[in-house]
Design a protein around this ligand. Sequence first.
Ligand SMILES: [Zn+2]
Ligand SMILES: [Zn+2]
Length: 353
Amino acid sequence: MSGKTEVHVGVQMGPKQAEVRTGFLPEIGPDEVLLKMEICNICTEDYQRWLGLREFETPMADGHEMVGIIVEKGRNVIDAYQIGDRVGKLNAHCGACDDCRVGHSSDCKYEVRTGIGLEEYHGIKCFANYKILQQRMLVKVSKDIPATHAAFLEPLATVIHGIKKLRVRPLENIVVIGAGPLGILLAQVAKLYGARVIISELVPKKLERARSLGVSAVIDASRANPVAEVKRLTDGDGADAVIFAVGNSFAYKQGFDMLKHLNGRLLFFPAGFPKPTMDFDPNTLHYRKIEFIGTINGDNADFIDASKMLSTGLIDVSKSLEGKTFPLRDFAKALDAAATPNTYRISVDLQGI
Ligand SMILES: [Zn+2]
Ligand SMILES: [Zn+2]
């Protein structure tokens, strides 16, 4: 295959407006590969645009939770990447600044466009049947797992980044509040790092998922007081750390109250919409030596760890999937399904154009 590649791409034009357009990708450069795309899962930001909760530039051709197969490679592409390999992509980073060079690629402040071609569209252009990527953006992912699972490379990397920032140690009591798609991953990775994991959730469907993970305990917050339950489950000590996998004021209050007396840690994983509030006494942080830890995105090393976790099967990402896959031609229907409350990840099959 050489010359221009015809591509079908999912485009968002505004709230509840999405369609599939046709365009052309340029020829690949010497350091680039052409991917035949397999799957892109729909992330929260994609469906928040659909719902009108998030402002965005149009026309927007986005998506980032993708995997594809290398079908063509430029002459400078190293032997590590071969035609037929399955790859996902790193988050955008320049690779040249000091943060990137010391390994903190998620701290990179330089905007670099990673959606090569289709210049008329904003976004990363991953809801498309073909995509061009620079070799420095590639992460190989096992072909022995379903593509819908392999597409968890990026969300899993952000989860690993958060768990590393939280400094989870074996045998710690870690509470995860919220068992949505990312809460399910956070609980599994914390467990993999050796923690005794307790999940607190109140939606029946999510409670069922949480119970299927084999964590130490699952608290039904619609029936029991999670603060009292955590104290009971930890012999009165409280949690070593609490992970907020939902962003709301009520969860923040509960998480704060269930921490152990000294040296407790709180990990703020997602942003909350509408913007939550948190009421606490700063003197308490001082006397009780409490740590607030924020996290967003993942470094390149976290993506490589995520790829290994996926291929070893140590993490079961199927628990974060709704189990519904839409062909690209039904892009609008897929966004609508993803925007339905309490839905796990929805997949878009990029070969079903
Ligand atoms: Zn995402
Ligand atoms: Zn950089």
